[in-house]
Structure formats: C-alpha cells, structure tokens
Write a protein that binds this ligand. Structure first.
Ligand SMILES: NC(=O)c1ccc[n+]([C@@H]2O[C@H](COP(=O)([O-])OP(=O)(O)OC[C@H]3O[C@@H](n4cnc5c(N)ncnc54)[C@H](O)[C@@H]3O)[C@@H](O)[C@H]2O)c1
Length: 340
C-alpha cells in the first residue's frame, strides 16, 4: 500500500477479471490496477490497454504475485487454478480476493485453510458477492433481528440464461450451486450437513449428457431444510431468488427492479440477463470492503474457511449426483483462526 493507493494485480482477464478490473477503476477509490495476466496473453493485453495509467502484462499468476509493486491480488482465473495461486499469495504474505470456488476439491481448499491457519492471520477473501448484495444484507439483518423467528426452510433459486460452453452437470454443482450454499450458510449461520440431488427430465435445450435443471435438498445442523434449484439454461434471464421461512413469518428477496412497466394489459419488470448486471452493486461493495480490509487488516466477507466449507458441501452434492443417494458432508475441524 503506497501513497498512490493499493496496487492490485489481476490473474485472469476473462469475464470476471475484466468486470472486477473495470469496477476497481471506476468505483473503488484507493485502488489502482497495476498488473494483469491471462493464459491467453492477448486477453490480458486487451484488458491492460483499456485501463488508464500503464498496466503491466505478466507471463503468469505466480510472476504477478511475486511483483514487488503488487500489494494485493485478485484471482479470477478458472476454479482449478485457484488453490495454487492462493497458496502462492499466502507464501508471499499478500492479501488475495479469490473468485469462487476456492478450489475444485475439498482437500485442495483445506490446504489453503491450513496454510492460512499456520500463518496465523487472514489474507484470503473468497468472492461470494451475495454477502454484499443490498437485498441479501437486508434479509440477513431482518432474520438476525428475529423478524421471522427461527428459520425452518430456505429456498434458493439460481437460473442463468445460458452457461459458458462445456458447462457440465458437475460444474453446475461446483460453480453455480456453490453460491447458494455460501449464501444459505451465511444467512442462517448453520452448516449444511447432507445433500440429496434430484434430477428431473433435462430440458431439450441442454447439451446431450448434461442434467439441467437440478434440485438439491440440503439438511442443516440445526434441523432446517434448504432447497436449491439450479437451472443454467433457463433462457429467459439471470434470475436469483431466495425465501426463508421461519416460525412466525417469511422473508423473500425482492426483485432488484426500480420501475415496473404497465402496457397493453400487462405489468412487468425487467429480469437482468447477466450476473454482471444483477450483482453490480454487490461486486462494487465486495471490492470496496476487500480494499478496506487490505488497508486496515480487518478481514471482510467470506473467509478461506467459508470457501472450504462451501466446496465440501458441493463435493457431497456431486457424490449424491453420482450415487443417486443422500450423502453426508465430510468436514474437517475449524481452526481457531476462523472462530466466531
Ligand atoms: N462471483 C461471480 O458472480 C462469478 C461469476 C462468474 C464467474 N465467477 C468465477 O470467476 C472465475 C473466472 O470465471 P469467468 O467467468 O471470468 O471465466 P472466463 O473463462 O471468462 O475467464 C477466465 C480467464 O482465465 C484465463 N486463465 C485460464 N487459466 C489461467 C491461469 N492459469 N492463469 C491466468 N489466467 C488463466 C482464461 O484464459 C480466461 O481468460 C471462475 O472461478 C468463476 O467461477 C464468479
């Protein structure tokens, strides 16, 4: 951290890396994007050219993490690359905002948790931006204030218009449902301890061999039930819904619309077509909180432990998908660093 602010290096210049880079430049005072890299160099060069002030393009993430003028690292490459990159950040003592998932296997995510616990201070934030979405924040505040009594049921609906090419059934659980898992763990303050995946007849618009939509039933350690619907070929938009049912009431996320159009005998609101649009305020808040935590050293958002817990829950869901039966979540002991 210097007089010119916090110098951020970004690993991965795809959809999320570019989104974060643009938001850091436009909406996060005190942040300067100084370095980027991508496995496809032209992509990093294109993003660097878009950012004012001279951004260096580096050969790979490890080189970027090692740069003396990179104070903090944002990892937005694919999930399978995350664990090694985050471990390198921990080695270098650099704060890192790692996009979800923290790793593609629970054992890799646990290696990150163990490395950070051994270091004895929190440097890792995982990019679960729903924790910063105004609607989710209000929902958690209302639940915590006792608005509906103790929660009994949670419904989480996650629909994408269309996924990236090659997005298979396991990825729907590991990359999509992982958001719902984190959101529900955080909202309820409960652990998900078992998963049962149900597969209705797939939509004919889904590539051969892919099961979409999916329904996942999770059980929590406090006896609540959580139903997650993931449907990543939903065609009509990016639609995120959540409802919590408690002993004396229910809380539902309101749609993030500001106007309703009435015309030709109908009333309607727009459904966003992308996660970038739906969660724009959440990404900005996430980045601002991350930057504040880099400056003042007080952790914000989802920890490496939360990242691990979500991966472990999704791993159980993948096992349930493959076996066709209810699968318990195997969870390690939580290190003291993540108490509370
Ligand atoms: N929080 C969210 O809402 C959200 C939304 C979408 C994606 N994501 C996550 O963000 C990450 C990136 O997803 P995306 O949609 O931007 O994918 P993407 O394919 O658009 O971009 C990934 C980029 O990383 C590059 N890359 C691959 N291996 C690399 C490596 N070893 N080092 C550096 N760059 C490498 C690719 O060339 C590509 O440009 C994933 O982990 C994904 O799950 C999060």
């Amino acid at each position: 951290v210097t007089g010119s602010g916090t110098r951020v290096g970004i690993v991965g210049a795809g959809a999320m890396g570019a989104t974060h880079a643009r938001l850091l430049c436009a909406s996060v005072p005190g942040a300067a994007v100084v370095a980027v890299c991508d496995a496809v160099a032209a992509r990093a060069e294109r993003l660097a050219a878009e950012i004012a002030g001279g951004v260096r393009v580096l050969a790979n993430g490890f080189e970027l993490i090692g740069c003396a003028d990179v104070d903090a690292v944002l990892v937005a490459s694919p999930g399978a690359t995350h664990a090694e990159l985050v471990l390198a950040c921990l080695d270098a003592g650099k704060p890192v905002l790692c996009e979800k998932p923290l790793a593609t296997t629970a054992s890799d995510a646990l290696r990150v948790v163990e490395a950070e616990a051994a270091l004895g201070r929190r440097l890792v934030q995982v990019g679960f931006m729903r924790r910063f979405d105004p609607g989710y924040v209000d929902m958690k505040a209302a639940l915590d204030a006792g608005a509906i009594g103790a929660p009994l049921l949670a419904y989480s609906i996650h629909r994408n218009a269309m996924p990236p090419p090659g997005f298979g059934t396991e990825l729907i659980l590991r990359d999509t449902v992982v958001h719902d898992v984190d959101a529900v763990r955080w909202l309820l303050g409960q652990e998900l301890i078992a998963a049962t995946v149900l597969t209705p007849r797939p939509s004919p618009r889904v590539p051969d061999g892919v099961l979409d939509p999916l329904l996942v039933l999770f059980e929590t350690d406090a006896g609540a039930l959580v139903q997650v619907e993931a449907f990543v070929h939903a065609q009509y938009g990016y639609d995120i819904r959540c409802e919590l049912v408690g002993e004396v009431g229910a809380l539902a996320l309101a749609p993030p619309a500001t106007v309703a159009l009435r015309r030709d005998g109908r009333e309607g609101i727009a459904v966003p077509m992308s996660f970038q649009k739906r969660f724009a305020p959440a990404y900005v808040s996430e980045l601002r909180h991350w930057l504040a935590s880099v400056v003042d050293g007080v952790p914000a958002g989802a920890s490496a432990w939360d990242g691990y817990a979500a991966v472990a829950v999704c791993e159980a869901a993948v096992e349930s998908l493959l076996s066709g039966s209810r699968t318990e979540v195997a969870s390690a002991a939580r290190p003291a660093l993540y108490a509370g």
